[in-house]
Design a protein around this ligand. Structure first.
Ligand SMILES: [Zn+2]
Length: 260
């Protein structure tokens, strides 16, 4: 089932409006309403618990001198320059989403975790319906692949520049299997900031959250994320959380910190 993890998350506002509408429209409550409220309340509690369990302060420990994340397979795992994935981490449920890619032939980078792959298929289908042609460029990346990318970039541009535009091994969201780089023919499928000004880039920014994705490295958020603006890089976090992050114009760091 798609987004099965998130079906149990009901924001508090739903409970509030449910109670309010029942109170306004009918007394006594219609048959089953009390059960509905109880269920909504339980869902809200489990959402709060989920956020608590995934709080940044609770999901990191120092292993071999490296700040290592512990909620590896969570849909809200926070990976950044301060929070590393172990070199051995490979998601267990990688699949190739049925979407168009910018290149042909099999490749590990076509993969995403199942939940994100399903959501990406829905996102691409919605884009197509709106006359927007997107192509997937790069998804899952192993620790070893990220290591060779970073080392190559560092040898060409120097380590400081490489660190702004590419992640060190263990610090790439692509290793989570929850991130995909997306581009369009209008920029030759390049991963560059001009994609953000194309109609495809604008569509992605306006619609990604409806399918559970956020533009992970936003414009003007460089100090918070540690990365330059990347209008092509989407990260799956689930529909409700993606909606909140987008609506409130937050980074994933800020949202997780706020939710404790
Ligand atoms: Zn990316």
């Amino acid at each position: 089932m798609k987004n099965s993890k998130l079906t149990s998350f009901m924001p508090k506002i739903v409970i509030g409006s449910l109670v309010a509408s029942l109170a306004l429209t009918c007394m006594p409550f219609p048959k089953g309403a009390d059960q509905a409220i109880a269920a909504a309340s339980r869902s809200s509690q489990s959402f709060a618990k989920f956020m608590q369990m995934n709080a940044p302060s609770r999901t990191v420990k120092t292993i071999g001198g490296i700040q290592t994340v512990t909620n590896l397979s969570s849909t809200v795992v926070l990976v950044n320059k301060q929070r590393n994935l172990p070199s051995t981490y490979v998601p267990k449920d990688l699949v190739v989403p049925n979407v168009p890619f910018s290149f042909s032939g099999p490749s590990p980078k076509k993969q995403l975790r199942k939940i994100a792959a399903n959501a990406l298929e829905d996102l691409f289908a919605a884009a197509k319906k709106d006359g927007i042609e997107l192509k997937a460029v790069s998804g899952y990346r192993s620790y070893a692949t990220q290591k060779s990318i970073f080392e190559r970039n560092a040898s060409i541009k120097g380590e400081a520049v490489a660190n702004k535009t590419s992640a060190r091994p263990g610090q790439s969201e692509h290793q989570t299997g929850l991130s995909m780089d997306i581009s369009s023919a209008s920029v030759g499928y390049a991963l560059e900031q001009s994609f953000g000004s194309t109609k495809e880039g604008k569509w992605l920014k306006a619609n990604a959250h409806k399918y559970g994705f956020i533009i992970r490295y936003g414009k003007g958020k460089e100090k918070l994320t540690g990365y330059s603006y990347e209008p092509w890089h989407v990260r799956y976090v689930g529909v409700y959380i993606a909606g909140e992050i987008t609506r409130q114009n937050l980074t994933l760091e800020q949202y997780l910190q706020k939710s404790i």
